[in-house]
Design a protein around this ligand. Structure first.
Ligand code: ATP
Ligand code: MG
Length: 352
């Protein structure tokens, strides 16, 4: 078989982007392939400057090409896209690239700390939004703990089209995609901001989000570099901060507020989860974690308070069982609270 740029691209489809199950060609890293007799010249562009990534890819690309029949020599150039202006030096909107899909509203759900119910809030709000709007999608961008497929009872994997685009799944009237479908769990532990940035951007660009107006994004917990670069990746219409009422969680709310403000992302509001426990029977309420902290924080920072979600075993059961409470028990206090939050968010972003 004659050596051609296509043969080389095919060979490079066997080279995985470190940390991913996807290959470097479908990730768009291979910029150019030239053939001159048996000599192959390849240029790659990395999402960010990264020496380790550069040398890993240089090795694996070289090996893959040299193993291709007919190749006598190989020359590889690896360049990197230059990092964007540091956080705070420009509005988030300026980041929008021509390749991003045509989504009207990007809504991020963040939390200062893990385990506060961020994914539960993201899922229930998205499902509630999908009852009111036709074109709602949910993206699980929590590279370290993707949980949304479980919360929505999804066992299928997304399929790719011939041109390597990913088709999102559907559930409860929502389009859904999770980065957990694509990444290799062991390796994401060591990811830092720049890698997350490149990966999420590529992820958003490669999924067929056709006909999506509202995209809810479940961010990884915390407010470090990874979250910051993720928030910079898309032109967010607004960010939501989820907390529990205890002081230890509230301290981190400040960081969430600062993160969004630094990037000029409007804060849609603070949600207090696991606020209190409703007793069955007499309707009495028990404050387990000290209700009211979320509201105080919202007042202190001058951002909207979107409401309290009680501790309700049905929320956990629904999360584990794949049917969110707004779907399984729409009359419950929690489901009504989630629905009100969804209404507030839709009203706010659609006005912008
Ligand atoms: N209001 C609630 N009442 C009862 N259980 C809840 C409530 N909110 C969340 N949970 C349960 O608490 C657990 C943690 O919630 P969830 O996974 O949504 O948190 P998270 O902030 O996304 O966590 P992580 O930081 O791991 O991503 C889940 O089992 C969930 O079902
Ligand atoms: Mg989560």
């Amino acid at each position: 078989m004659e050596l051609s740029p296509d043969t080389i691209r095919k060979a490079l489809q066997g080279v995985k982007y470190p940390g991913f199950t996807r290959d470097i060609v479908s990730f768009g890293l291979v910029k150019d392939v030239k053939i001159d007799g048996g000599k192959v010249n390849v240029s790659l562009v990395l999402p960010k400057p990264d020496d380790k990534l550069k040398s890993d890819l240089d090795n694996s690309v070289r090996t893959a090409i040299l193993e291709t029949p007919g190749v006598s020599d190989v020359d590889i150039q690896i360049s990197a896209r230059q990092p964007k202006a540091p956080a705070g030096q420009g509005p988030a909107k300026a980041e929008k690239s021509a390749k991003l899909p045509d989504i009207k509203y990007y809504i991020a759900v963040a939390s200062g700390k893990g385990g506060v119910g961020k994914s539960t809030v993201a899922v229930n709000i998205a499902v509630a939004m999908a009852k009111m709007r036709d074109k709602v999608a949910l993206m699980d961008a929590d590279i370290w703990g993707p949980s949304i497929p479980t919360m929505l009872g999804i066992k299928d994997r997304p399929k790719a089209t011939e041109d390597n685009k990913i088709v999102p799944l559907n559930k409860f009237g929502l389009k859904l995609m999770s980065i957990g479908f694509l990444v290799n769990e062991e390796e994401t532990v060591i990811w830092r901001g720049p890698m997350v940035h490149g990966a999420i951007k590529q992820f958003i660009e490669d999924v067929i989000w056709d006909d999506t107006d509202h995209l809810v994004i479940d961010l990884p917990p915390g407010t470090g570099d990874a979250q910051l670069s993720l928030v910079q990746t898309v032109p967010l219409s607004g960010g939501l901060i989820v907390t529990t009422p205890q002081d230890v969680a509230l301290i981190d709310v400040k960081r969430g507020v600062q993160m969004f403000r630094k990037l000029n992302v409007p804060i849609l509001g603070i949600v207090e989860n696991m606020s209190y426990l409703e007793q069955t029977g007499d309707g009495d309420v028990i404050d387990i974690f000290g209700r009211g902290g979320g509201r105080r924080m919202a007042e202190q920072f001058g951002v909207p308070f979107l409401g309290e979600i009680p501790i309700d075993p049905q929320i956990r059961i629904g999360g584990d069982g794949g049917v969110p409470i707004v779907e399984s028990h729409p009359e419950s206090t929690a489901a009504i609270a989630f629905t009100k939050m969804a209404v507030h968010i839709l009203d706010t972003v659609e006005k912008t």
